[in-house]
Ligand binder design. Structure first.
Ligand code: PLP
Length: 369
């Protein structure tokens, strides 16, 4: 129950347990084509996403290196991964941080000023995993269009688990990681690129991350990648994508929303507060819930008890260590796993001296039932 990597289904594991295949042959090309077909519907885009043999961070770097090189980039930051985009931006462009406290609303007004001042690129994390907050992609996309800036969106933990409408929202580069809501093995990432972005392609990214090369290879028949890809991971991702297609994207998103609501309900009934500070534009994440640890409950002992009983949840990162705990509810997770997690969490809270105000597990079961 981490916010990635998530457990892999038997089908996904079996798809990877096989003899090597030629990555320049039809079998690989068909697997890649299946992935792209499903990802188009998950991203809600007409553009064919490109798949990189590298985790989400590789795609974040590829996005900035290919489209932000030498340009003025405004980085909206309210958590660890927003900070990471800014760190990457500093290596390639003229990076301007628009930073808020982790888990608090983004500085949208300052963004408007930066856009009026000639900023050409904007980066934002849609679902900020470190703080459990969902940022306003549609609104930021509209601002970018208004000022003719490119919008790079990290959808690493939203795409495949929550509503994302890449084309309608005007997202120029959207990024997903394999090990999160897609429920595939870790090690791959995918990104979609709009025509507007290709028109501004700088063409001088690091050799291995040159998206022009990925695009050229993807247009071949059978589809290819420019260099030897992580073939077993592609086969695992293809199977995970077929499972998404079978479930249906809308049903999958609705399931994630239900799971998130059940976890939030449990926290509320226990008398625990959620970490993010939301407003009309910012919402609670539908794929990871960040909860404030009650006074006196130490993260190490708390998660230790939960882990001993067979379930792993996440703590806070960086300065949020010992401040929050995070329950991931993304991927193929189902009601019984959520309820087991909540029951063990309730037990750990009690064992460490916190008396929940009410029956969180029962309340969550009502939401899921
Ligand atoms: N962006 C977000 C929102 C994430 O949650 C993560 C990982 O947790 C990343 C980027 C980095 O992805 P990776 O660890 O796959 O490189």
């Amino acid at each position: 129950m981490l916010p990635g990597p998530v457990p892999l289904s038997e089908r996904v594991r079996a798809a990877m347990a096989r003899q090597a295949i030629n990555h320049r042959g039809p079998e690989f090309g068909e697997a890649y084509a299946d992935i792209v077909r499903v990802l188009r519907s998950v991203f809600q885009t007409k553009n064919d996403p490109l798949v990189l043999s590298g985790s989400g961070t590789a795609a974040m770097e590829a996005a900035i290196a290919n489209f932000g090189q030498g340009r003025k980039i405004a980085h909206l930051v309210n958590g660890k991964f927003g900070e990471r985009l800014f760190d990457i931006g500093k290596r390639y462009g003229q990076a301007v941080p628009l930073a808020s406290e982790w888990g608090t609303p983004l500085q949208i007004e300052r963004l408007e000023q930066e856009l009026e001042g000639g900023c050409e690129i904007v980066t934002m994390v849609h679902n900020e995993t470190s703080a459990g907050i969902l940022n306003p992609a549609k609104e930021v996309g509209a601002l970018c269009r208004k000022h003719d800036a490119l919008f790079i969106m990290d959808g690493v933990t939203s795409i495949g688990g929550d509503t994302v409408m890449v084309d309608e929202w005007g997202v120029d580069v959207a990024i997903v990681g394999s090990q999160k809501c897609l429920a595939a093995p870790a090690g791959l990432s995918a990104l979609s690129v709009s025509e507007r972005a290709w028109d501004r392609f700088t063409g001088n990214a690091p050799y291995y991350l040159d998206l022009g090369a990925y695009q050229k290879s993807a247009m071949k028949s059978p589809m290819e990648t420019p260099y030897t890809p992580a073939v077993p991971l592609f086969l695992g991702l293809r199977e995970a994508c077929l499972m998404i297609e079978e479930e249906g994207v809308d049903a999958r998103i609705a399931r994630h929303h239900r799971m998130a609501e059940s976890v939030r309900t449990a926290a509320e009934v226990w008398g625990l507060s959620l970490y993010p500070k939301i407003d009309a534009l910012h919402h609670y994440s539908q794929t990871v819930t960040a909860v404030n640890l009650p006074d006196g409950v130490k993260d190490k002992e708390f998660r230790g008890i939960i882990k001993k009983l067979g379930i792993q949840i996440a703590g806070g990162q960086d300065h949020l260590k010992d401040v929050i705990f995070r329950i991931g509810h993304m991927g193929a997770v189902s009601a019984p796993e959520i309820l087991a997690t909540l029951a063990i969490t309730e037990h750990a809270l009690q064992k460490l001296g916190y008396n929940p105000e009410g029956h969180g597990v029962a309340a969550a079961a009502e939401v899921l039932g």
